[in-house]
Design a protein around this ligand. Structure first.
Ligand code: AMP
Ligand code: MG
Length: 317
């Protein structure tokens, strides 16, 4: 099939060179990561960061995650403590973000951290994005490549449709491996999970040899910018349903549900990882098909199911 989006580029020597040139000029590009696709810009440049907030229409108080090639490159920007080193060794590069203290000498743009004295850092594992990070002498701020509060993109076409010709470069990296945003863990005080993800609290507890809690309640501020409505297809959505009306989209999980026109199965095999990967693809499909309401069955609250329930709760908010 012909690629009708001229800004979706195959990754090769030429497009790598072009991408690096854009980033060095403080322009914004679309990049694949193993979680979801992102909008990348120079994290040391106010000019780049302003562009990211403006194109995403993101509230300025919601800070961005700063992406590095490896831990050694963070040393001028953040305070590195034991917990960070332990988790980094076992889990990185990978789908986990660490909130840590920012150093006074840090060159990270104040706008990207919403003027906080903390910063969220991540080391993505996607090979193409790692090659780009390695060749740059600054880290990249990379929020998800969608308009604020909407559904995160899981392939290059999603990004192209979200921003049309506002982006000149979107690097094609196929389908995002996990399709769900990173786990966010706050290490500035008693370690706690601000946003659940594919890497769960049990795994983290084992590595740190201590109990890690989940900032669960809506009353607790999960992250300074965490908005009530988020990850949302902007269609009224009801959770924990056992059936749906014929004209409503029905998001189900497991083999007991029949294949009907309005039924969208997150995983026939009842596999939560597969369900996580399908969630946003299905949200986008339902939106394209113009459904006016969505019913979702109960999703098991264990493992990655905790992260899926978190996103559903925000999407339905
Ligand atoms: P996204 O909106 O997908 O780019 O995810 C970024 C997440 O990381 C949001 O929930 C932010 O609020 C959170 N975050 C970024 N920086 C910080 C920080 N310094 N402290 C706490 N949470 C942060
Ligand atoms: Mg996002």
């Amino acid at each position: 099939m012909k690629n009708i989006y001229s800004n979706i580029l195959k990754f090769n020597k030429n497009t790598l060179f072009k991408t690096l040139r854009y980033l060095k000029k403080n322009k914004i590009v679309g990049l694949p990561t193993e979680t979801v696709y992102g909008l990348a810009g120079n994290a040391y440049s106010n000019e780049s960061i302003k562009k990211i907030y403006s194109i995403k229409k993101r509230p300025k108080k919601n800070p961005l995650i700063i992406h590095y090639y490896d831990l050694s490159r963070t040393s001028k920007d953040i305070k590195i403590d034991n917990d960070l080193v332990k988790l980094y060794k076992k889990l990185c590069p990978g789908p986990i973000t660490f909130v840590v203290k920012k150093k006074k000498s840090s060159k990270i743009s104040n706008l990207s951290t919403a003027k906080l004295n903390t910063v969220a850092v991540r080391f993505p594992s996607n090979k193409k994005t790692r090659i780009i990070l390695k060749k740059l002498n600054f880290p990249l701020a990379i929020p998800s490549a969608n308009k604020s509060s909407g559904v995160s993109p899981v392939n290059a076409k999603d990004v192209a449709e979200e921003f049309r010709n506002k982006l000149k470069i979107i690097i094609d990296g196929g389908d995002a491996k996990f399709g769900l945003e990173s786990t966010v863990i706050d290490l500035t005080n008693k370690a706690r999970i601000l946003r659940p993800g594919v890497i769960g609290n049990i795994k983290i507890s084992k590595i740190l040899k201590k109990k890690i809690s989940l900032a669960k309640s809506q009353k607790i501020i999960r992250s300074p910018g965490s908005l009530k409505k988020h990850y949302s297809p902007n269609i009224p959505m009801k959770l924990n349903q056992i059936k749906a009306k014929k004209n409503d989209a029905f998001i189900v999980f497991g083999k007991k549900y029949k294949n009907r026109k309005n039924t969208f199965n997150l995983s026939k095999k009842s596999n939560l990882n597969e369900a996580a990967k399908n969630l946003y693809r299905i949200f986008r499909k339902i939106k394209k098909l113009n459904y006016k309401k969505i019913s979702v069955v109960k999703i098991p609250y264990k493992g990655v199911g905790i992260a899926i329930n978190d996103r559903l709760k925000h999407a339905a908010s």
